[in-house]
Design a protein around this ligand. Structure first.
Ligand SMILES: [Zn+2]
Length: 1015
């Protein structure tokens, strides 16, 4: 997890209060069982000898894992691995791990294996429960008890009743391994952990087994696990060669699979979430491996997510501090719980627990990326002794996978034992957190969120509600219209000097603030008096990250407000009366759809709903046109870009509209406005072999929408003779970091080393899956490829680029008149920002309103120029021109002594997002002046500085305020469409998907509605 692309430095200074707070109450009670082997416990001597052999130093182990208990009937991990857990050279496939867990299940009544769902590529995910036979026999009974604690409404919020349940219930501690595929150690650690919990009769282990249920998903990213094991096998077969980096993990995304706990778009997230919620578990503990030697980042650093219950942050302190203490007492170096991980974003897998009234935990242990034993040298930042890491890791060590497995198991066993010792407290807390969620409306509020029935984008609205339902949030629907009171806004005292006249005028002009809001019948209500209100609140509310926050390096996105990013209305209602509205629970949310009216021409109003593109591709043969102007027909208003469909079969269309959730209106005649064809363009989707991290979210979105595309690499571009013969549109989504145009063109070094194949071979049968392959990952686009891209655009193709690939397009010379900058003064770290429509006549903008919230991560900052080769002049928003120093007042002209004044020609002005107008001087022999038809067309721009921040962190926003956010550059006969925002991201930004889809569908009419400059 720590190998995040964001720049990190170790943040200190903000933990002091937390530290002193955390030290209370973490000492072991005098009557606690000692963490040692029972002398009577039989030991598997051969296995134990190997454990010791593979452990590289005596202090990299503990009395809990430096032996293996023997069993007459239960097989050890050796039965499947052929060696002990963590042995060098041994990395099991997921299936091997499952086979072992099922052997355990067969041999021991203390183990049960559950299938919890499939991955995108059709591999199974499992959860293994280890507990006493008694507990496993009574699973359902126990689940019923936990369910009552999880939903206090079922016991009428009765604390006495809760106490009875707390006294009887057996808690569930859920451990998940290897979500990050290059972090390879967890599966073997968890195999051995399951064995220990099942067979060891030492009191320390028996207490865990009898007192609680340990639930284990040994492999979370199953598709990626099989790939990394393939690569390891290839490496073992070619020990002297460099081995290929893991370019694909799961089908869609790599490291970001641990950023999906908000949108729940990946199967692994959905399966773990359903397991966590279904088992009513108290803890979700996720295992990672990128920090020496054990960073229990549960405590981490601030700012903490604002929606978690303080009861939970207290639990983090308790468990984290105790965990560090236990391992430190074993003499294990390098164990700590404060660090640079802030706990702001709820996107991490472990945060499923934090947002569902449980306890989220995460370990970073130290991994070598495979099962090789290696010498490892740390950075000073990693081995320095700090106040929060008094016993730091060593600067240089020989490190083995066994060492890693020792740390993982020791950390987990002490956690489990401590949790069991204090389970009544934690179970009561579990209930209290749920109760406090239910009481949210009258406590901190709000009472509910309302998604109105008159939403212009019912499809996107339904999509947002379905995300909430995946999160186990209850959705209701109002049976009749209702009205709620709006909170009274307190006037802020005006800054600066008061001008009596100005204030009076302002007051006269000010419309009275509405005091109530009406919602139509059928509006969706997300009640906050439900146990999982917390996650709904966290997703739907706004975020504010102060530029003054002591945390200067946010770990991930700072803003995510789902209503804004989905482009739909979400009202935060504090009026408690909303809870009394007559409503019914909705289980299946679906946007209504069908054909209305009479006539033979059908019109679909365009409100930038992605379902329109799905429809276009599903009905490839339909005659669909787009209206280039808004129009009215039969008393109904239609927007620009509305679909006009002729010669359609009404029943067919009705079926499609019902399925996809849009309304078509039948008209007697076609509207009198100009139209152009809307085509199902042939799309190529380009990726590099440098990183597929960020483009994966684009593939996921297109696959969800059933938009077909050819998935090709930059290498393939050079090999296609005529790109235009195959494709209309080439999408080049973000690479995910900016390696510069040279890296995209040159790829990785090929002058030395060996080819890095990404293809299926006998050693690597799982590598390719459903993605792409190559004999050698190293070559990039190449100069031939660049020429092919340029020719594609010149001959009429449309190239769409985003953030870093937009910079590539500019710096490689694919476009003229647009340049990109970055700014050290600006910090927009994964935030929701305001953008504004500039040219609504462009098909790219069809269906959008004036204001469009969008996802921005530090730009880049686009600037336009009408002069070829010139870098666009960077201008700060709200720039003001003042007169020079001289006579008179600020509005007076200056004068020159001894001659009459002359009137200067009027200065040409332009907006920040526009190119500065061509001056008469530039036009003298103006061969560099870009002809009006070839100039960049700004479709959207960033909002003014004061309106830029919607959610998250915006610092130095004037650097990007008003600059273009989406630009269409006519180039030859084609177009390059440049995005500064990322319109398709983590399943969260569905409101901006249609900017991309519009570009695709209108690829040969992008100049529609264009007004050219006169000169
Ligand atoms: Zn990780």
């Amino acid at each position: 997890m720590m190998d995040s692309w964001r720049v990190r430095t170790v943040a200190v200074g903000s933990f002091l209060i937390a530290l002193f707070f955390s030290m209370a109450g973490t000492a072991a009670a005098a009557d606690e069982t000692a963490p040692v082997r029972d002398p009577k416990q039989a030991v598997d001597e051969a296995y134990t000898a190997k454990i010791q052999k593979y452990t590289t130093a005596p202090y990299f182990t503990s009395p809990l894992v430096n032996y293996l208990p023997a069993s007459k009937s239960v097989p050890t991990p050796e039965a499947v691995l052929g060696d002990v857990a963590g042995a060098p050279g041994v990395l099991p496939y997921a299936e091997d791990v499952y086979n072992y867990m099922r052997l355990l299940e067969k041999a021991s009544p203390r183990v049960k294996v559950f299938s919890i769902g499939m991955t995108e590529e059709g591999r199974e995910m499992i959860a293994v429960a280890v507990s006493s036979p008694e507990n496993l026999k009574n699973l359902e009974e126990n689940r019923a008890r936990l369910a009552k604690l999880a939903d206090p409404r079922t016991i009428k919020l009765d604390d006495a009743e809760a106490d009875k349940l707390v006294a009887q219930a057996v808690p569930v501690y859920y451990i998940t391994g290897t979500i990050h595929s290059p972090e390879t150690g967890a599966p073997t650690a968890l195999m051995e952990l399951a064995y220990r919990l099942a067979v060891d009769e030492s009191p320390y282990i028996r207490e865990i087994r009898d007192g609680m249920i340990t639930l284990i998903t040994p492999v979370v990213e199953v598709d990626g696990r099989d790939r990394i094991v393939d690569i390891y096998k290839w490496h073992l077969a070619h020990p002297k060669d460099f081995f290929p980096p893991l370019i694909y993990w799961g089908k869609y995304v790599a490291h970001d699979n641990n950023r999906d706990a908000m949108g729940v778009t990946l199967k692994l997230t959905e399966n773990v979430l359903n397991t966590y919620v279904g088992w009513k578990a108290q803890v979700l503990h996720d295992l990672h491996e990128s920090v020496p030697y054990l960073y229990d980042n549960t405590v981490g650093d601030g700012p903490y997510n604002a929606w978690v219950d303080p009861i939970l942050t207290d639990e983090w302190q308790m468990i984290g501090a105790r965990n560090v203490a236990d391992l430190t007492k074993f003499g294990m170096p390098g164990v700590f719980t404060h660090g640079d991980f802030d706990t702001w974003s709820p996107g991490y897998l472990m945060f499923i627990a934090a947002m569902h009234n449980g306890i989220s935990r995460l370990y970073e242990t130290f991994g070598n990326g495979n099962a090789d034993t290696q010498e490892r040298t740390l950075d000073p930042e990693e081995y320095s002794r700090t106040w929060w890491r008094q016993n730091p890791p060593l600067p240089k060590v020989t490190w083995s996978q066994r060492d890693n497995n020792n740390y993982e198991q020791t950390g987990l066993l002490t956690s489990l034992h401590y949790f069991n010792e204090n389970k009544r407290l934690f179970l009561k807390n579990f209930y209290l957190k749920a109760k406090r969620s239910v009481m949210k409306p009258s406590a901190e509020g709000p009472a509910a969120y309302v998604l109105p029935a008159d939403e212009a984008r019912p499809g996107l609205q339904a999509g947002l509600l379905r995300v909430l339902q995946k999160q186990a949030v209850e959705i209701s629907r109002a049976k009749s219209a209702f009205t709620v009171a709006l909170p009274v806004k307190k006037e802020k005292p005006k800054k600066g000097g008061k001008d009596a006249k100005d204030t009076k005028e302002a007051e006269k002009e000010k419309k009275p603030e509405p005091t109530s809001r009406d919602f139509p019948a059928g509006s969706y209500i997300v009640r906050m008096d439900q146990p999982y209100a917390r996650i709904a609140d966290a997703l739907l509310d706004h975020q504010y990250w102060s530029p003054d926050d002591p945390q200067k390096t946010p770990y991930d996105d700072t803003g995510w407000t789902f209503g804004e990013l989905f482009g739909v209305q979400v009202a935060r209602v504090t009026d408690l009366k909303v809870l009394d509205v007559a409503m019914e629970r909705v289980t299946d949310v679906h946007a209504p759809g069908g054909v209305k009216g009479d006539g033979t021409v059908f019109v679909i109003n365009n409100t930038a709903e992605p379902a329109l593109a799905t429809f276009r591709y599903k009905r490839k043969d339909a005659n669909v046109e787009a209206a280039e102007e808004p129009f009215e027909s039969g008393g109904k208003k239609f927007t620009r870009g509305s679909f006009v469909i002729r010669n359609a079969n009404r029943a067919d269309l009705d079926r499609a509209a019902a399925e996809l959730g849009f309304e078509a209106v039948a008209l007697g005649a076609a509207p009198g406005v100009k139209t152009h064809p809307v085509r199902a363009a042939r799309v190529a989707f380009v990726h590099t072999w440098l990183s597929t991290q960020t483009e994966g979210w684009w593939r996921l979105a297109l696959d969800d929408l059933e938009i077909p595309y050819d998935y090709i690499s930059t290498q393939t571009i050079a090999k296609i003779d005529d790109l235009n013969a195959k494709y209309d549109v080439i999408l080049f989504p973000p690479v995910g970091y900016f390696p510069g145009p040279t890296a995209i063109i040159n790829g990785m070094p090929t002058a030395w080393g060996n080819p890095l194949p990404w293809k299926n071979t006998p050693e690597t049968p799982n590598l390719v899956g459903k993605n792409d392959s190559t004999d050698d990952m190293r070559p990039g686009l190449g100069w031939d490829g660049l020429a092919k891209l340029q020719a594609f655009v010149q001959k009429g193709g449309v190239l769409l680029t985003v953030t870093d690939t937009s910079r590539f397009a500019m710096e490689a010379g694919l476009v003229t008149g647009v340049s990109a900058h970055t700014s050290d003064r600006m910090k927009i770290v994964g935030s929701v920002v305001g953008t504004r429509l500039v040219d609504g006549a462009s098909p790219i903008a069809y269906g959008y309103d004036e204001k469009v919230p969008a996802y921005c991560d530090n730009g880049p900052i686009f600037s336009l120029s009408n002069i070829a080769g010139a870098r666009g002049r960077r201008r700060l928003g709200n720039e003001s021109h003042t007169r020079p120093t001289g006579r008179g007042t600020v509005d007076d002209p200056d004068f020159t002594v001894g001659r009459p004044g002359v009137e200067a020609p009027e200065e040409l002005t332009s907006e920040v997002w526009e190119a500065p107008p061509v001056t008469d001087e530039q036009r003298r022999n103006g061969f560099r002046v870009i002809p009006p038809a070839d100039r960049a067309r700004v479709i959207f721009r960033y909002a003014d500085q004061k309106d830029l921040l919607i959610s998250g962190l915006v610092e130095g926003g004037n650097e990007i305020a008003q600059h273009p956010s989406v630009v269409d550059v006519p180039t030859g006969k084609g177009h390059v469409v440049l995005f500064s925002i990322n319109p398709v991201y983590r399943g969260e930004t569905r409101g901006t998907y249609s900017m991309v889809l519009n570009t695709i569908l209108n690829f040969d009419s992008l100049d529609a509605g264009r007004k050219l400059a006169e000169k």
